[in-house]
Design a protein around this ligand. Sequence first.
Ligand SMILES: Cc1cc2nc3c(=O)[nH]c(=O)nc-3n(C[C@H](O)[C@H](O)[C@H](O)COP(=O)(O)OP(=O)(O)OC[C@H]3O[C@@H](n4cnc5c(N)ncnc54)[C@H](O)[C@@H]3O)c2cc1C
Length: 395
Amino acid sequence: MYSNDMTKKALIIGGGIAGPVTAMALRRAGIDGEVFEAYDRGAEGVGAFLTLAVNGLEALRLLGLHDVVADLGMDTPVMEIRNARGRLLATTSQPSRTLRRSDLYRVLRDEAVRRGVPIHYGKRLVDAFATSRGVRAVFADGSEAEGDLLVGADGLRSRTRTLIDPGAPRARYVGLLNTGGYAEGVRVPGRPGVCYFVFGRRCFFGYMIHPEGQVWWFANPPSRREMSAEELAAITPEQWRARLLDLFEGDAGPMREIIAATPRIMPAWNTYDFPSVPTWFRDRMVIVGDAAHATSPSSGQGASMAIEDAVVLGKCLRDVPDVTDAFAAFERLRRERVERVVAQGKRNGDGKAPGVLGAFVRDLVLPVIMRQVEKRNAMAWMHDHRIHWDEPVSV
Ligand SMILES: Cc1cc2nc3c(=O)[nH]c(=O)nc-3n(C[C@H](O)[C@H](O)[C@H](O)COP(=O)(O)OP(=O)(O)OC[C@H]3O[C@@H](n4cnc5c(N)ncnc54)[C@H](O)[C@@H]3O)c2cc1C
């Protein structure tokens, strides 16, 4: 079961975004990887959509995965922000692609399999420990797997994170719920290619017009209190429709028409982030993606950070012979950047539920700030970040 002396074998926990991409990056680095996913194929990732930022798209390109997502969803290179009175607050441009999460998961897994990565479904990691030669993973169904190293790409509620550090912090609830849907047969102002964001008086709303006519949208109803899974499950899609229609009553914009034209509103979920996860690796186990640094969806960077992590970890394991040293190099290269993204996501999210006075100040200040951001290219640190696959990593 262990690798031979020449090739290391990685156990990769989680078949979301970071997992399959890590497997493909490691393969490129000469390391065999197998992915272990808790759910049965197709059972998760359903519903919502996400935006891949240019830095994430460029990281995919390094692994020859850019084309794999090119036919999914739509390009969304422009962002327009308005307030509840319909006043334009800002317009920015930045290449990005918006696609359904389930489609992204599917194509990444299919491509990993096509490249020879085994993906095992129904394998929920429950335990893992170091052995004399590597690491052993134990799954809920009683099966086990052994390898030279283990990568926890198991998301926000990572089991690997608590196996590495039983005292690891819990995710922080960021005060917003997330819901949305796909509206049919409704004509709204705007054109494909633009993400339209509206700071409603009581709720933030975003929508995009698909070239084939559907309107993809999300809303972030504020909720000071983190609701339990049972409380959220008890609210039906029709109750969400009624609540959202009420939240946008009196605001300028097509929100209510879009909500009314949506066959099924997604049940809302809480949103979280991790300001900082102190320990990313121990022995031969490391965490990547949301497991190490989940960011609020308001950053628009969670998936892109997961992809960047995968590529950088591949480079570190390629160039640094000792596995623990390679994990340390990975953390050194990634921690500052991802924590900065998480902090930015929190700031973006806080602007979505600011109260009356806060909204007044925001509407005055945001246009000025956004003009300065454009002029000085102040978000270049986030979007212009590029990883160079051939550049060696040193200890
Ligand atoms: C509604 C929503 C909107 C978002 N919008 C954006 C956006 O616009 N842009 C953006 O960049 N990001 C966005 N994100 C964030 C993005 O989806 C995540 O950052 C990204 O999916 C992280 O990838 P990951 O592989 O680390 O984790 P995940 O995609 O969560 O994958 C983790 C995988 O691990 C599996 N798993 C969990 N526990 C175990 C276990 N014990 N054993 C085995 N497998 C396990 C899970 O089933 C899952 O398949 C959004 C997220 C949400 C929820």
